[in-house]
Design a binder for this molecule. Structure first.
Ligand SMILES: [Zn+2]
Length: 249
């Protein structure tokens, strides 16, 4: 591998170095090649700018739910791809759901070279709907193919936008396709779930709000549950609090 300026001093730009293979030298990939591969994965992953630097190291633990969620996330990465379930981070705004989802795929890309992609639920719906217009240059399959094929998909803010029956059908198709092809999906959702016996997080959610079933329907919800380990998170909106604290007046 060469950079535009100077070739890598380790491999002189070939991307290969000779290592000790227990007697005979063996060729292995130079670290510059791996760095470059990781960068390609990160560039294609569609991680939103505000979450770009999210990792396990800078995830703030404020309560037990954060501690548990971090431990589950780390274990998920460690076991990948042996486990065949995804994760559903569920909790109110600002508790770090997207942070952890991004941290998981960042680790998978950097350490395991796994192709991962992030999509916001509302953007996905908007893009699918965009393909309905006659002058759209993109077809539905242009939009859907990276989402269907990516080894790991983060679908952020599940239920964040109301869908029509037709769009709901498309989303179900995508999720189901991934499920059938044993591809891992990680979801986040701000909507509380009603099947919990006692919901101690209720106070943190918006009063009188809808729940996940209201937003995505029973069928999609039950498929998501089949595919994922549920990771409950609760707490105050730390993002908002941190932001407020940083405004000096
Ligand atoms: Zn090199």
């Amino acid at each position: 591998m060469t950079t535009k300026e100077t070739p890598c001093p380790e491999c002189q730009g070939t991307g290969w170095v000779l290592g000790d293979g227990g007697g005979a030298p063996v060729a292995r990939r130079c670290s510059c090649f791996l760095t470059r591969q990781t960068q390609i994965l990160l560039d294609r992953s569609n991680i939103p700018r505000r979450y770009k630097n999210c990792g396990f190291k800078n995830f703030e633990v404020h309560n037990d739910s954060h501690k548990d969620a971090l431990a589950i996330s780390k274990k998920f990465v460690k076991n990948f791809p042996a486990q065949d379930v995804g994760l559903l981070f569920i909790g109110p705004c600002g508790v770090g759901k997207t942070h952890l989802a991004v941290a998981v795929i960042r680790e998978l890309m950097e350490k395991n070279g796994v192709p991962c992609v992030v999509y916001a639920f509302r953007d996905l719906i908007r893009e699918i709907q965009g393909t309905f217009s006659a002058d759209s240059a993109l077809t539905e399959s242009d939009i859907l193919s990276p989402i269907l094929q990516s080894e790991v998909l983060v679908l952020d803010e599940l239920g964040a936008k109301r869908t029509t029956a037709w769009v709901e059908e498309t989303i179900f198709y995508v999720i189901n396709h991934r499920y059938n092809h044993k591809k891992t999906t990680i979801f986040t959702s701000n909507y509380p779930d009603t099947e919990d016996q006692e919901d101690h997080r209720e106070a943190f959610y918006k009063k009188g709000g809808e729940n996940l079933v209201d937003r995505i329907g029973v069928r999609l919800r039950s498929r998501v549950y089949e595919m994922c380990k549920i990771v409950d998170m609760w707490g105050d909106d730390y993002r908002k609090m941190a932001k407020q604290a940083s405004y000096r007046f």
